[in-house]
Write a protein that binds this ligand. Sequence first.
Ligand SMILES: NC(=O)C1=CN([C@@H]2O[C@H](COP(=O)(O)OP(=O)(O)OC[C@H]3O[C@@H](n4cnc5c(N)ncnc54)[C@H](O)[C@@H]3O)[C@@H](O)[C@H]2O)C=CC1
Ligand SMILES: C[N+](C)(C)CC(=O)CC(=O)[O-]
Length: 491
Amino acid sequence: MSRIAAVIGGGVIGGGWAARFLLNGWDVRVFDPDPEAERKIGEVLDNARRSLPGLGNVALPEEGRLSFHATMPEAVAGAAWIQESVPERLELKRKVFQAVQAACDVGAVIGSSTSGFKPSELQGCATRPEQIVVTHPFNPVYLLPLVELVPSEANPPEVVAQAKAVLTGLGMYPLHVRKEIDAHIADRLLEAVWREALWLVNDGIATTEEIDNAIRYGFGIRWAQMGLFETYRVAGGEAGMAHFIAQFGPCLQWPWTKLMDVPELTDALVEQIASQSDAQSGAHSIRALERIRDNNLVGIIRSLQPTNWGAGALQNAHDQARSGDMGLVQDISEVADIAAPVLTINRAVPLDWIDYNGHMTEARYLDAFAAATDRFMQIIGCTPEYIASGGSFFTAETHIRHIDEARAGARIQVRTRVLMAEGKKMQLWHEMVEGERMLATAEHMLLHVDLSTRRSVPPPPQIAGALQRFAAAHAGLDLPEGVGRAVGAPR
Ligand SMILES: NC(=O)C1=CN([C@@H]2O[C@H](COP(=O)(O)OP(=O)(O)OC[C@H]3O[C@@H](n4cnc5c(N)ncnc54)[C@H](O)[C@@H]3O)[C@@H](O)[C@H]2O)C=CC1
Ligand SMILES: C[N+](C)(C)CC(=O)CC(=O)[O-]
């Protein structure tokens, strides 16, 4: 399978797809008759490049090649994935599929970004209906992992499996919608909230800002990590879900919502909503709002990684699946050259590591070096299982030198070597680089500890042995410049 994706329609969503594929190493070909498409996609890419690479703790592959094409056949020929993101009009989409299928490979997947059409509707006039599935993403496509994968009865399981594999490889979460339905799953939920919000503005109950505050200060944060049912299960107290329904079920019969009606979108209502929205957010340009949104989304998703929950767990699994490809090993047996410093970090600088000076903040250097130490511990056999059995290393002393700056999205690598390993002591030297540029060094003294007594003790033979192999091999390297450096006493 080629790693070429064709993006048909390069607006808000097509631009996001282009960024998602490109930053995951695919070549991307765009077809969009809009003469502004290249500029618009360029701006989406600028935002994606600063936010997506640092979302996980493992670097993404080298970016693919982006090209713009004057004709649809030129864009789709030879592509393994074709993503349609033209405006939400059934006739237009059907025409696009006919043109795509006249030129694309029979084995390619054709995904549609449609928010509402069922796959069987899209497949209506297609030459090969089995090739077309709904792959409905969420904005910003380059950061949000959800993609609703909706097949119809015309799609064989192999096409669904192929689509799932590609989307998972892009770090996405393909939610297989087993039974096609208008507006899939998520947009049905969103539309219900949207309709109710329009009523609240229409009836003069709340402004656009008050409604947004009702979401973002409360249940919006809650939904980001547990969704609806798990949240309500907890809200039922010790008696759980059944008790929750017994208590709040009857409210559903009360006139709490107007869900089935839609307010008429008169000029006056549209003007009211637009001017409230201008008052709320008009101080920022759309691109600035996108950057604020991306900073926040990255922070939220990254906060779920240590708890291995929801979108954080998904990102961790994606990192784990790619770590070998990015040269990160788990065990001494996988180390190709034991005499060379070991690659212990290969990642991009995330947005939440950037400070008011516009570069990676000092605490995050220690964060990265601590993660490098953790990986080195793992490589010599101090694994999570060993730690759970009662042994570990504690850091007794650290010295970091800050040599150069790193910006958001910069790819950083840390290489680690053993300076000394004697009895319970392990002295490590880490060097952090961006390409050829040295960014920082760190020297750590660690002690092996018995976690039940909290006292330092020598490591068991299997760990001591692995450590000694590195120590002996690294002793042949020149002593790095800066070893043993201290800030020094004031004169
Ligand atoms: N905007 C959103 O929040 C979301 C939209 N979607 C879906 O994504 C699709 C696209 O929506 P947006 O990106 O928002 O629209 P958009 O209006 O931003 O972009 C559509 C693009 O398609 C191009 N286009 C029009 N006719 C074309 C043709 N024949 N061939 C190639 N390109 C053509 C236009 O020039 C434009 O750049 C729709 O189906 C929509 O329902 C899905 C998820 C979220
Ligand atoms: C408004 N919308 C129906 C186009 C929204 C979506 O389809 C998904 C999203 O990103 O909210």
